[in-house]
Design a protein around this ligand. Sequence first.
Ligand SMILES: Nc1ncnc2c1ncn2[C@@H]1O[C@H](COP(=O)(O)OP(=O)(O)OP(=O)(O)O)[C@@H](O)[C@H]1O
Ligand SMILES: [Mg+2]
Length: 502
Amino acid sequence: MFGKRGNSGGDTGLRETPRQPAQPAPQPAPAQMLPPATVSDFAPKQPAKAPSLSAPPLAPAAPPPMMSNQRSESFYEVKGQIFGALIEAIDLTQLAKLEPIAAREEIRDIVIEIITIKNVVMSIAEQEELLDDICNDVLGYGPLEPLLARDDIADIMVNGANTVYIEVKGKIQQTGIRFRDNQQLHNICQRIVSQIGRRVDESSPICDARLPDGSRVNVIVPPLSIDGPALTIRKFKKDKLKLSDLVKFGSVSDQGAELLRIIGRCRVNTLISGGTGSGKTTLLNCLTAYIDNDERIITCEDAAELQLQQPHVVRLETRPPNLEGEGQVTMRDLVRNCLRMRPERIIVGEVRGPEAFDLLQAMNTGHDGSMGTLHANSPREALSRLESMITMGGFSLPPRTIREMVVSSIDVIIQASRMRDGSRRITHVTEVVGMEGEVVTTQDLFVFDYLGEDQNGNLLGRHRSTGIGQPRFWDRAKYYGEQTRLAAALDGAEIDDVLGRK
Ligand SMILES: Nc1ncnc2c1ncn2[C@@H]1O[C@H](COP(=O)(O)OP(=O)(O)OP(=O)(O)O)[C@@H](O)[C@H]1O
Ligand SMILES: [Mg+2]
């Protein structure tokens, strides 16, 4: 149609064997017709079986095993040959103008022609799989496509062309997926970041981007990443987890979930703390579900991940600098700006710099129920991180003043944790109580006790309240008519145990 093939009847100039008469569609060759040298089986070679006497002599060969993710060298070899021939035969810029279905049809025609010309023997199933692969390479994200299509994967981590890890059910596992070479991986990275008008190369080797489905992407390429481009994708989950899912997974108990619901509803200023991938954003999203519909909420994020269900939401996103290093809009710019947008609540996706100061200011000045997440391994560490973010942000405030500000702003810190068995748990709901001398005092309301491990390596434990009957936000809960539920949740979570806690 438009390929470089021109009008010469589809001759790609790549013929290796004399051209066969045009065939409608290549059929799997019967065993006895295999041409001598060009056979490339995709599956690892099976040892030849001695023919059984009772077997019919010309029985069609058993269909080759479907190609799994763990493909043989010969698969990549054949694919490489056909791919190379396709690239020579086709005009990629013209192809890019077609609708995906038409482009796929065009590729299909040419690939089938190349297979015929090159006399490669393969079954229909193998052809289809090869075609899928090639279409993914040319039109999509290549070998990543099957991973992107799976909803059970949380993260995809590509460490150069030959190593791809995924995280499923909290566990990191290596896949058999690989790229042709680092150049192919680089091209795919380039394709991803070009969608947001960026490029990655030696002069600009780091880039954050987003896939059209909302997945968060980070790319870092050589010379900064030494063994080829490193690509990390946090898959966007269409069906976000709800608090009830977290209870089902054992991340929090029923009473703990009730406590979180009350915290979300009663406009308690909340920080969610946790390590990378511990479920902070998920938890923040769960909490926002309990905000009343008539509140005006403004969210500030680096990459929009939150999915608020309320009608009155303004979503803001930061912007990295352009190639000339201009036009950056930081989280601090957003948080400061949203104070002029008459917010009732401000939700900051991730607090990691001087915006901590503005968020605390906002919490302190009538925007109750504001929330944010932050990287820290315990509630106490979250407090010191907050303090150092403000100090390093260039605010020349004495430590005591910063701490006083923290105490008067933050009500509750919720700690999320990804445990070594891959499970994610809420380990603390801790209140910021006040100051004793120079030190911020806190009290745990609800904690997770680690109790051991079962024979499958799953961690065992239990959630419990610490016996505090009336938390500091009791009056607030009363104001919202939630005091009875709060008391019931805290009482119900108390545990009578050998330590004599009740
Ligand atoms: N309690 C949970 N149980 C099972 N899976 C969870 C739980 N919480 C979160 N996840 C899953 O874990 C992955 C990471 O979650 P999330 O993005 O919320 O983490 P995060 O702490 O915000 O990560 P980051 O530090 O990278 O921002 C997601 O795929 C999410 O669906
Ligand atoms: Mg997050």
